[in-house]
Design a binder for this molecule. Structure first.
Ligand code: SF4
Ligand code: SF4
Ligand code: SF4
Length: 298
């Protein structure tokens, strides 16, 4: 099979995972051919390929042209990583107007000749048809390897359908707990459920697949880097913020308002990797901009 590795606006982290797979990567190269990968090869145009792995977001007109070219040349397109699937951390930039964002990043530099920007960040499938989604920031090697084994064999890669909680191996600390609190204020106790211990853990609303890396192995709350679970994404009655606040209030025997005021940056706390996801934006009749403002524009 011919494979393309494409980066739009990205940190290259997802590609780095692919290139870091060592023995498995050699096995892939042995039977397949990477025919487009500007990160490691001197390429300009995408050649016709069977599988294109596309990381990052469409941030300006050049990315859009590249995405369209990939769709024309590739049999199957994979949105690789949470940026491509849900907008990822890049969606947080939507809290600023484009002018403000550019000024904050580049100062008062002259803009003549710069590619036209995209007013609002959107996931890859808002621009082109996507055949498979592999979220994660970045996806773990294990997830990527399993995905590629299926995709390169022509099979339908398996999709995870439960949440991080389903994979998490912690026990209840017993409720109520003091809080809500932040990990910088009081280090969490390893092996205990972070949410029940009063920390905002996005595990109940985040898709599984990472092995609950943060809560189980590091004793830290899940920040949602695998993106919203199917329930969070598809059930119009689920509001990630309200549900997390409700859970925290129950765990700490607090009122919802007390939890709300204790969370000083709700966007980061509840929507760090999915603020750009249209399925969540559409859920609000007032539209996306007031939604972001309601969450606390900065
Ligand atoms: S998903 Fe994460 S690792 Fe991948 S490009 Fe986006 S920010 Fe980088
Ligand atoms: S620590 Fe987080 S991910 Fe683990 S069970 Fe508790 S809420 Fe779920
Ligand atoms: S536990 Fe959450 S934040 Fe950590 S790797 Fe898994 S999905 Fe990402």
């Amino acid at each position: 099979m011919q494979i393309a590795l494409v980066s739009l606006s990205s940190c290259l982290g997802c590609q780095a995972v692919f290139l870091g797979m060592e023995e498995y990567l050699y096995a892939i190269i042995g039977e397949n051919r990477i025919s487009f990968a500007p990160f490691i090869m001197d390429n300009r145009e995408v050649a016709p390929v069977d599988l294109a792995l596309v990381e990052g977001t469409v941030r300006h007109a050049g990315h859009f042209m590249r995405a369209r070219e990939v769709r024309e040349k590739a049999e199957r397109v994979v949105a690789l990583g949470t940026c491509a699937c849900f907008g990822g951390v890049q969606g947080l930039a939507d809290r600023f107007a484009e002018d403000t964002m550019l000024r904050r990043r580049f100062g008062d530099a002259a803009w003549e000749g710069a590619p036209a920007g995209v007013k609002r960040l959107l996931p890859l499938d808002s621009f082109i048809k996507v055949d498979y989604f592999l979220p994660g920031c970045p996806p773990t090697q294990d997830l990527l390897r399993k995905f590629l084994e299926a995709a390169l064999a022509g099979a339908q890669p398996q999709r995870e359908e439960t949440t991080v909680c389903a994979e998490c191996r912690v026990v209840s600390p017993g409720i109520p707990q003091p809080g809500p609190r932040r990990t910088t204020e009081a280090p969490p106790e390893r092996g205990k459920c972070l949410m029940e211990a009063g920390y905002a853990c996005m595990g109940p609303l985040t898709r599984d697949g990472c092995g609950a890396l943060c809560p189980t192995l590091m004793g830290l709350p899940c920040r949602g880097c695998r993106g919203p679970s199917d329930r969070a994404l598809l059930d119009p009655h689920v509001d990630m913020r309200e549900e997390t606040v409700r859970r925290l209030a129950r765990a700490t025997d607090s009122k919802a308002g007390e939890v709300e005021s204790a969370v000083n940056d709700p966007v980061h706390a509840f929507y760090m990797f999915c603020l750009a996801e249209p399925a969540l934006r559409r859920r609000r009749p007032e539209g996306s901009s007031p939604f972001v403002q309601r969450l606390g524009e900065r």
